[in-house]
Design a protein around this ligand. Sequence first.
Ligand code: NAP
Length: 349
Amino acid sequence: MPLQVCLGDINVCKIVEKTNKAFPNISEWWCVDWKENMNSAMDESGMMKSVLITGANGGLGKECARQLALQNGIEKIYLGCRSEDKAIGAKKDLEASTGKNIFDIFLIDVSDLSSVHRAIESLKNPIDALVMNAGGWGGENPLALTDDGVTNVFAVNVLGHALLAEELLKRGMLTKVGLYVSSEAARGIPGMDERPELTTSSIDEFVSIADGTFFTERSDSTKPYAPVKYTGAMWLSSLARQYPSVRLITMSPGGTAGTEVTSSSSLIKTYIFKAVMSVMCLMGKMHRLETGAKRFVDGLLDESYQSGVFYASVEGITGPVGDQTEIFSDLGDETYQDNARAAIRQFLS
Ligand SMILES: NC(=O)c1ccc[n+]([C@@H]2O[C@H](COP(=O)([O-])OP(=O)(O)OC[C@H]3O[C@@H](n4cnc5c(N)ncnc54)[C@H](OP(=O)(O)O)[C@@H]3O)[C@@H](O)[C@H]2O)c1
């Protein structure tokens, strides 16, 4: 077995070398399994030291920050939050739960382009990784327009992240990995979310998803979420082709209980959705917060997750992840991907 399989740590390599001599037929899985349990942020392209996570004061973003802090080599985690008070609280919690003093508050409201511009200017050093996690159903009025001309649900899930990532990449300020958080809803979840049905997948049609005119049926506030997360995944795949030296992937956390993702809708809906999620978790149809956030950590650290690919549950909303073009082939169409990006750029200019 080649030594490099077992990371670059010289002590690890010595142990493996001795083991290989003693047991020449040692199987590769043993070593890979060991690697998975090493808690190291080392990969073939070098150490990942700094990570910025949006929406890091709660839910999956905060749990992702906690898990990353426990990886060897991570020296700085920027907690991207829109509320300073919540950010201070999250920083204290994370310092207590990890014993690490590596968290910096990074104020950013991803639903407001002027806030994103300010945040970018405030970043003094390049970051190795970016987790575009902030998002959800878009508050009490998901289809109301922001000052940037897009719906609330589009602003929080896509537009702000698009500005952040495009600008950091252009400036050479994002050096290794970018992870956009999408959802299985983007390829359809039987019995829960209909697959986004686009007619032409033209630039104009993606613009209509951004400004809300795509949605004729406006009574169900959860409906816009799937086409919006679909557009985000398409944008990222297009971006990945322009920046091949940075690994850019889309990842869904899967159905994850214990977050506030459903809280932005009405109180009754919030209660019902939380109850349903807890029951589904007990039935093994969803998973816990730790499991959902671990998908992000895996996506960042494991280079076998390929740039430009949208990973989510192979079946349902939990279990192993795989390339979602197997389920929804439109996701792999480069023209559609480029159209999604061109539509988004119309709102960035
Ligand atoms: N949970 C699931 O089952 C599930 C499934 C698929 C995909 N996802 C996706 O996973 C991501 C995280 O969701 P979650 O379940 O962890 O939800 P959550 O508990 O509601 O966390 C969302 C985080 O995003 C922040 N946020 C919201 N709007 C923001 C803005 N404009 N600017 C900056 N931060 C903002 C929230 O901060 P505040 O406290 O200030 O609101 C919070 O920290 C979302 O993109 C969601 O769509 C979740």
